[in-house]
Every structure is written in structure tokens, then in C-alpha cells.
Design a binder for this molecule. Structure first.
Ligand code: FBP
Ligand code: MG
Ligand code: MG
Length: 281
């Protein structure tokens, strides 16, 4: 029996090497906005089209949805739905800093809650290309080269002693409660913020700590999108023994209201997320 989840992950791993190569010459902005109202990079659209072509023709995939397109693609009758953020952190293209590709594989039509995820993960375009992939409560890291995956760690867990934190959004726009929490954390951990969720989350997964893109005074749902960013990252973090929260509950428990809806996102060591929820109460 073919395993659609494995097929999807194989397609993304193979495509990642090409996406990375294809970034050269595609660093400019285009005169288009994505459904979240953000100006798109040439590479955002290109990576989305590449993944859409390949994933919508993968056996067992019935729906493809992406941060970069308003409507989902329906591509079958029975099977799994795939949601992607084709390029996460694409504003880092200009300065040539870290970016990623995020994916979630759902066994319900999307928008769906994170409890419908059967697997999720991300590719990180750092000095080397890596993939972090969570399924059945297990998180695996691979190095990617020419579409081949080489296992680095088969049982990734968030380290017990947290070291780093990264909080997004303009500081004056944080809520008072979040300010107070951030003040405490600044005394305990060291700041690592690079402006791409995947780069910043991968530091938390590697060293322990907390990443947040919180609710802001002028944007109560923060910036990051539930289907394409929040759910997959929450699934990876929880599978690695950490926690996720929108401020009051696990991100995976949220009932989505629309495909491109946003969510305040906080992920990391369980005790840091417990403390965050207490601070925001
Ligand atoms: O520029 P800011 O406000 O720090 O926002 C950075 C955040 O926005 C994002 O770039 C949004 O993702 P996209 O690049 O996929 O739109 C995150 O990766 C990152 O955490
Ligand atoms: Mg993103
Ligand atoms: Mg993106």
C-alpha cells in the first residue's frame, strides 16, 4: 500500500533542493499581494507554483492550500489535504538570511484544526538544508542533498534547560502583560531573533527556549497564519515534548474560521509556555 504521507514528504524534500537553487535571480518583489495583504516576492509565487504542481498531482492528495493563494486547489475525492507556507521568512531574501518551507498534512478538509494533522514539518534553508518532520509523536531531523534525506536525529526532543528566546512584532505594540513576561524571560535566556519563524523555531528546538509572535495592540491575532504556520509548528513542538499556545490553549485545539486566519503563536519548553499562559490570564 502506498503511504501518501511519505509520498508528500518525499516530494517536499525533493522540491526543497530545487527551491533553494531557484532563489537565485528571484529575490525581487512583485506588484501582487497575498491573501494576508503582504507584498509577494517573486520567489514566494514561484515556490508556491512548484509545490502546487507537484503536490496536487501526488496520489492520495485531495486538496492543496497555500499562504500565497486565495483559494485552495481540489485535486481528488478521497485522501489527505496539504497546507504549505512555500517560503517562510521571504523578507529575509533581500539580506540573504534564513528561510524555510512549512507543511501540514491533514486528514480533514482544510481549514481544519491542528488535531486533524497526521504529520507536519519544515525545511530550513540555512548553511545546509535540513528537514524536521513530525509524525506519530516522533520528530526526525534530516539533512537534504539532491533530494536525498539523511537522518541526523530520529528522536528530537526540546532540550530541558532552555537557552534562547525570540519574540516577533514591534516591541511598542506588545500588550502590557506580554511586556512583563518578556522582561522576565530577558533575564533568563539569550535573545536569538532572525525574522524567519522557521529559523527562530529551529533554534528553540535545538537549544530549548521559547519563540513567540504574540497578539499585538493593533493586531490581536498576531501575524502568523493558523493553517500554514501555527498548526504545523505547534504539531512539531508538541511532538518534541514542548508546548504550543495561543495564550490560553494549545494551538492545535483552535477551531479555524477561515483558511487564511491568523493566530498569536507561542511555542517552546512546556514550563515557559505554562508561565506565559499564567502571565496573560
Ligand atoms: O518582520 P517581523 O514582524 O519580525 O515578522 C517576521 C515573521 O513574519 C514571517 O516572515 C511571516 O512569514 P512569511 O514570510 O511566510 O510571510 C515569519 O517567518 C516571521 O516570524
Ligand atoms: Mg511564514
Ligand atoms: Mg511565506
Amino acid at each position: 500500500m502506498t503511504d501518501t504521507v511519505e509520498d508528500v514528504v518525499r516530494v517536499i524534500a525533493r522540491s526543497a533542493t530545487e527551491i533553494r537553487r531557484g532563489l537565485v535571480g528571484r529575490r525581487g518583489k512583485v506588484d501582487e499581494e497575498n491573501p494576508s495583504g503582504e507584498t509577494q516576492a517573486e520567489a514566494d509565487i514561484w515556490a508556491d507554483e512548484l509545490l502546487a504542481d507537484r503536490l496536487s498531482t501526488t496520489d492520495g492528495v485531495v486538496q492543496y492550500a497555500s499562504e500565497e493563494r486565495t483559494d485552495d486547489l481540489n485535486c481528488g475525492d478521497e485522501g489527505l489535504a496539504v497546507a504549505v507556507d512555500p517560503l517562510d521568512g521571504s523578507s529575509n531574501l533581500r539580506s540573504n538570511n534564513t528561510m524555510g518551507t512549512v507543511f501540514g498534512i491533514y486528514d480533514e478538509p482544510i481549514p481544519a484544526p491542528g488535531t486533524a494533522l497526521v504529520a507536519a514539518g519544515y525545511v530550513l534553508y540555512g548553511p545546509i538544508t535540513t528537514m524536521v518532520y513530525a509524525r506519530d509523536g516522533q520528530v526526525t531531523t534530516y539533512e537534504l542533498s539532491g533530494g536525498e534525506r539523511t537522518v541526523v536525529d530520529e528522536d528530537v526532543i526540546v532540550p530541558d534547560d532552555p537557552v534562547v528566546y525570540g519574540f516577533g512584532g514591534r516591541v511598542p505594540n506588545w500588550t502590557d502583560d506580554f511586556h512583563q513576561y518578556a522582561n522576565e524571560i530577558e533575564d533568563e535566556l539569550k535573545l536569538r531573533y532572525g525574522g524567519s519563524m522557521i529559523g527562530d523555531v529551529n533554534q528553540v528546538l535545538s537549544y530549548g527556549g521559547i519563540f513567540a509572535y504574540p497578539a499585538l495592540e493593533d493586531s490581536p491575532n498576531g501575524k502568523l497564519r493558523l493553517q500554514f504556520e501555527g498548526n504545523p509548528i505547534a504539531y512539531v513542538m508538541e511532538s518534541a515534548g514542548g508546548r504550543s499556545s495561543d495564550g490560553t490553549q494549545s494551538i492545535l485545539e483552535i477551531e479555524p474560521t477561515d483558511l487564511h486566519g491568523r493566530v498569536p503563536l507561542h511555542v517552546g519548553n512546556a514550563d515557559l509556555i505554562d508561565r506565559l499562559e499564567a502571565a496573560l490570564e
